[in-house]
Write a new protein. Structure first.
Length: 331
């Protein structure tokens, strides 16, 4: 009886049983943060009731999942989530069912017939992740609440380097060599939810070198002076440069809350820490930086990522470039 149950679980698993096996097989090749995020997604859509089967989606046999079942899942998700979020959930279902197809656990993936929802909400890059205008940028950094913030140097460093918050928080004294910032690692999140100092950058392209200008050097000098004030004169070469107020790891959530408070004081629409990265890219393009150079400084794995994220910033730059063109066509 136990052998038969084991064979049934192996050869004719439920969606939940297959997903558990699939996740175990990905450990070591996929980051813990990704596994944790996707696991949370599965917990949500696996509990959706499928009326026609009198079971939840996770309880359905993998081979029995139909197009109608998937449409029920999509419809239920859309009742409480934005279209892009629903599309992300459905893409994840399609992902693991595609692997099931490759393993011949199923003969057909019904997800191919489910069309993504039309996006109705604004993209994050146009709202809380938006690049700041010059007026917003000036208003934020001239606000007294900003100048007195514990994270003032973090804000300035982010907008001048385009580095991610995890990369800034993982930066050590040993990573500043000569006039270069060596981005070697980032703060990562384990499957348990705990944040730790990672051993590597977010991606292979994330390991990069960013040249420093005088402004960046001055910001680092200010931060090191603050560290001396808080931690004493003993400076370890392996110590982190940017820390949280309680001297722990620098995380996005408390910093985003601080940004929101500053925005309220300055009369600005709220944005997140990631907006400084987008603002750096925008200012770089506006000042004529080669997009290939920007790609390397931003740590994007390919040119298309840079263009898809920041190509819309080129409109004014293209106009200025065309205005400067003067092609001779004869006397």
């Amino acid at each position: 009886e136990e052998i038969e149950k084991g064979l049934e679980k192996r050869n004719n698993p439920t969606v939940a049983e297959y997903y558990e096996r699939w996740t175990e097989g990905r450990q070591g090749s996929v980051s813990e943060a990704t596994l944790r995020t996707q696991g949370k997604m599965f917990l949500i859509f696996s509990k959706i009731a499928i009326p026609s089967a009198s079971r939840t989606f996770g309880e359905l046999k993998l081979k029995e999942v139909s197009i109608d079942d998937l449409r029920v899942v999509q419809s239920e998700l859309y009742k409480s989530r934005k279209s892009q979020c629903v599309n992300d959930y459905m893409a994840h279902i399609k992902h693991f069912m595609n692997d099931a197809l490759k393993e011949r656990a199923i003969e057909y993936n019904p997800c191919v017939m489910i069309k993504p929802l039309k996006r109705t909400e604004e993209k994050a890059r146009d709202t809380n992740h938006r690049a700041l205008t010059l007026e917003e940028q000036k208003a934020f950094f001239e606000c007294e609440r900003c100048k007195s913030s514990f994270y003032y140097n973090v804000f300035r460093f982010a907008i001048n380097t385009g580095m991610r918050i995890g990369e800034i928080g993982a930066l050590k004294n040993s990573d500043i060599r000569g006039s270069m910032i060596h981005v070697e690692r980032t703060i990562t999140r384990l499957e348990t939810g705990a944040h730790v100092l990672g051993e590597d950058a977010k991606t292979e392209a994330g390991r990069r070198v960013i040249p420093m200008n005088e402004q960046i050097k001055a910001i680092l000098a200010d931060q090191k002076a603050l560290n001396t004030l808080l931690d004493g004169n003993v400076v370890a070469i392996d110590d982190r440069i940017f820390k949280a107020a309680e001297r722990g790891l620098l995380l996005a959530t408390p910093i985003d809350r601080e940004i929101k408070r500053i925005c309220k004081a300055a009369g600005l629409e709220p944005f997140t820490m990631h907006a400084f990265r987008a603002t750096f890219a925008t200012r770089a393009i506006e000042n004529g930086m080669n997009v290939k150079t920007l790609q390397e400084i931003m740590g994007h794995s390919n040119f298309n990522i840079t263009m898809s994220l920041y190509g819309h910033c080129l409109t004014d730059t293209k106009q200025a470039a065309m205005d400067a063109m003067n092609i001779a066509l004869g006397e």
